[in-house]
Design a binder for this molecule. Structure first.
Ligand SMILES: [Zn+2]
Length: 357
């Protein structure tokens, strides 16, 4: 079994997956955001609950298959998706869940649980899940884009998550918005939570769309923007035009840097058909003539991608450890100059076992 936890600014989602990555159970609860001790205790409590649920599932299955003897249960893997940057030494930088900031969450939880815990950025977990099992599963170069409260994403190449030297790959929400978009639509430079000014996230996220709507005279938030847009309200239309131009410029930048086969979109705004339909034209506008566009698709797992990607992280960590263990056993039996590691871990184009690097 594999547990995936998606830690959000308001709620924690937990799902139990079997070895075929089928969801067997899931639930959610409130996130303790200000008290790290309470956060650790809550997560450990939920893992204990999941262990209990797994024992129930195993005994239900044994009964269904009329097995007399109780099966020995292997310890489930634990993967956690977090909002924020997770540095190479495991330190978390998060503004959405302040109590996690500058903490080594995987290490602290692992010590309490007595098992390895894998942590990853939530947008990267989304990308991993969609690249391996969802909308990008037949593509080599997959860029995930979450249009949610913030703007972020990730990159998977040949089924492996590409994190970069400092785990920053995918943080394009904090690139400055193109000057042409700011000037063409008369937009101000908004201050960003990261400390910079004019970051794309402040225009292209769900929150950003609401901000644009108000800038053009709307007196409501993103939710009411959609109804107003569909009714043809002028300020809602201007906000949409500016939004699409801003998003198109961000995606064009990603195409020039990464040249993906496909963009897979998640987050609330990916559920607005008008936005998805307008994406190719809005993106092409920011590219020179002759550049081919990648595919644009909505995520297959939607809101469940976070827990699924987190479970994949935990599962991969477990598989990589057993591979390393096998390698060391083989290299010991073959002597010090053995090249056995290549034999047990051949390069694989696309396998769930190799989902992160
Ligand atoms: Zn920023």
């Amino acid at each position: 079994m594999h547990y995936g936890l998606d830690i959000g600014g308001t709620k924690i989602a937990l799902a139990i997956f079997d070895d075929e990555l089928q969801c067997r159970d899931r639930w959610q609860l409130a996130t303790p955001v200000d008290d790290y001790e309470a956060f650790l205790t809550t997560v450990c409590g939920q893992i204990a609950l999941a262990d209990e649920r797994c024992r129930d599932l195993a005994s239900e299955q044994a009964q269904a298959e009329e097995h007399e003897q109780e099966q020995q249960q292997a310890m489930a893997s634990v993967g956690i998706a977090l909002p924020g940057v997770i540095q190479t030494d495991g330190t978390v930088l998060s503004s959405n869940v302040p109590c996690l900031n500058r903490r080594r969450v995987a290490e602290d939880l692992g010590a309490r649980l007595g098992r390895k815990v894998a942590t990853g950025n939530d947008c990267r977990c989304f990308t991993l899940s969609e690249a391996l099992l969802g909308a990008g599963r037949d593509k080599r170069h997959v860029v995930g884009v979450i249009l949610g409260t913030g703007l972020g994403g990730g990159l998977c190449i040949d089924g492996r998550l590409f994190n970069g030297a400092n785990c920053l790959a995918g943080e394009f929400g904090h690139q400055g918005l193109a000057a042409s978009v700011l000037l063409d639509h008369g937009l101000p430079l908004y201050d960003c939570g990261c400390g910079l000014r004019g970051c794309a996230e402040n225009y292209v996220s769900g929150t950003g769309l609401g901000r644009l709507y108000r800038h053009f005279g709307g007196e409501a938030d993103t939710y009411q923007w959609l109804a107003a847009y569909r009714e043809g309200e002028a300020s809602a239309r201007r906000a949409f035009d500016a939004y699409m131009d801003a998003l198109g410029s961000v995606l064009a930048g990603q195409i020039l840097a990464l040249d993906p086969d496909i963009f897979v979109f998640g987050g609330g705004l990916s559920q607005v058909p008008e936005i998805m339909e307008a994406l190719p034209v809005a993106t092409q506008k920011h590219l020179f003539a002759g550049v081919s566009l990648p595919e644009f698709r909505v995520a297959e797992f939607g809101a469940a991608s976070g827990v699924r990607g987190a479970a994949l992280l935990g599962r991969n960590q477990l598989l990589n450890e057993s591979l390393l263990l096998n390698e060391s056993r083989i290299s010991k039996s073959n002597g010090p100059n053995s090249q056995a590691s290549d034999a047990v871990n051949p390069p694989s184009k696309r396998s769930i076992a190799n989902g992160s690097s």
